[in-house]
Design a binder for this molecule. Sequence first.
Ligand code: PLP
Length: 356
Amino acid sequence: MTRAWIEIDLDAIVRNAMVIAARAQAILPMVKADAYGVGAVPVARALERLSPWGYGVATIEEARELRRAGIARPIVLFTPVVVEDLRAVRDARVTPALSSAESIAAWTALGGGPWHLAIDTGMSRAGVRWDQAGALVGVVSACAPEGAFTHFHSASLDDGTIAEQEARFERALAALPARPAVLHAENSAAIARRTRSSWSVARPGIFLYGVGSGAGAAVQPEPVVSLCARVVELRIVRAGETVSYDAAYRADSDRVIATLPVGYADGYRRALGNRAHALVAGGLRAPVVGVVTMDMTMIDVTEFPVAIGDVATLIGSEGSERLGIETLAAQAGASPYELLTALRARLPRRYRGGEG
Ligand SMILES: *Cc1c(COP(=O)(O)O)cnc(C)c1O
């Protein structure tokens, strides 16, 4: 495992979760998509010491993986499933997010256990519309949900939509026969903007994994993820010669070019070519030159003492320099969420910390 790898600081994840937990009655860490690509089982195991209310996933298989690893707390499946899959949800001891009369009735008939009512207050993605929750009174009376939740569409924008969505959420809750015990709405950006959660459980995701939600946030997370690769070749490229596909980089003088065995198939995006940097020789910024290819990326190390076998840092800190996921995402024209979740593809993971 010496080609390229990601390093994940589990203790930093736990500390980030503690920052959120200090503002909330309870937390429901989102570990969907393999904990945003950093590993759902190690993350959940590390977070167990904070006694979270439960965990959030997107697929039944993600929930099964946590159950196999011995996670016994509630696991909420936030992505809707078709009715035929509800039996598998029950068998995995998962708490589904339901919102149609048909699926709630089917769940009740299966004797499925706790479920949460998904309420759409403006995301227009999943859940019953806030102004139509009253239509569910019959099925909800027959089998009351343990919880109800909504999801903010623009929590990092400070545009007033959180307040509007919460008012809609309240309106939907008032239309139910009884107020569910467990209410949740806040993602990372929403909770990082508040001194105190307004609801019973907060649902942080990306904050745990070290990505903040901009200048409006009162708290910022510690970095969690580093991406490292070894220098595997060094060459001199003469003035006028080019590097990588489409000759998108042309040397204006003789340059020393290092090849790193990491590329867009590892989640290091093609668009980072000619834009991003790698940290070498204890924290010096070497520019990525030419297009990033599927398996290799070239950097200009002309000015730096670099040898084959040296480790270059593509995400993370070295010396006093830092290459953050937010910066890279901006350089790639991608969201930090996309960049982070793409790193799972082919990179081995090295964990630090995490012992109880
Ligand atoms: C992914 C997700 C979250 C977490 O969002 P972050 O922005 O990563 O904090 C919370 N709730 C739901 C329903 C989600 O799908």
